[in-house]
Design a protein around this ligand. Structure first.
Ligand code: 13P
Length: 255
């Protein structure tokens, strides 16, 4: 596998944090710290912060994403936001299938697939999250489970459309717990995801795909995680809310 062909992507997932005013403040602080990044820098923010984020990030190397999107273009879906609405605003990325959505909001592999298809068809890059719970890891089914989640999420996505897909491997037990997967654990599962892509598509597609690790990635452990050959960056929760910490992770991925 050739890491050199892939550009790392460091993406923040702000979850349900920050007001528009706070968004402007953080992005203004981040801009000078990440301006020399040799990786893509993305912030996925709450819907209500998108306008402020886009305005603050204008002219910088920070791109803005959303945290979810609906699969229909429009209609009677109270509380939902379509992929077309996001592209109309200037959003470039969207997270699909985050484990918090699977855990708290009834998201299934099927709805993750529908949202991912809608995102890609609207021209967004989908950051598709997969990952096992602690119970599943202890059962020894991590590889099979993550391969299955990946296959279902990408159903109907052509090889050509894979350049609009990022897979984020996020072990549920490592999210927001301060418990990080070891670099070897992250590498092992990211390699399984890449093998899955090679089987479903081909080696060329697998080599080109960006696969991130997410789960308590921070300024102290990013270096080791992103040094792994199959780990092409990270999806960062808590540490993406702090300009300094996030910029250290960006620097680690720029080496
Ligand atoms: P933490 O970095 O806070 O563990 O969150 C990871 C995550 O869920 C990113 O999507």
């Amino acid at each position: 596998m050739n890491k050199a062909v892939r550009k790392a992507v460091i993406a923040g997932n702000w979850k349900m944090n920050k007001t528009p005013a706070e968004t402007t403040e953080i992005i203004n602080a981040m801009k000078p710290l990440v301006k020399d990044a040799d990786c893509s820098v993305v912030l996925c923010v709450p819907y209500v912060d998108i306008h402020a984020a886009l305005t603050a990030a204008e002219g910088s190397n920070i791109e803005i994403g959303a945290e979810n999107c609906h699969w229909e273009k429009s209609g009677a879906y109270t509380g939902e936001i379509s992929a077309d609405m996001l592209t109309a605003m200037g959003v470039k990325y969207v997270i699909t299938g985050h484990s918090e959505r699977r855990q708290y909001f009834g998201e299934t592999d099927i709805t993750v697939n529908k949202r991912t298809l809608a995102a890609v068809n609207a021209g967004l890059t989908a950051i598709v999250c997969v990952g096992e719970t602690l119970e599943q890891r202890e059962q020894g089914i991590t590889g099979e489970l993550v391969a299955m989640q990946t296959k279902i999420a990408l159903g109907g996505i052509s090889k050509e459309q894979l350049n609009k897909i990022i897979i984020a491997y996020e072990p549920v037990w490592a999210i927001g717990t301060g418990k990080t997967a070891t670099a070897d654990q992250a590498e092992e599962v990211c390699a399984v995801i890449r093998e899955t892509i090679a089987k479903v598509y081909d080696n060329e597609a697998a080599e080109a795909l960006t696969i991130q690790y997410g789960g308590s990635m921070n300024a102290a452990n990013a270096d080791e995680l992103v040094s792994k050959v199959n780990v092409d960056g990270g999806l960062i929760g808590g540490a993406s809310l702090k300009a300094e910490d996030f910029s250290i992770i960006v620097k680690a991925a720029s080496k």
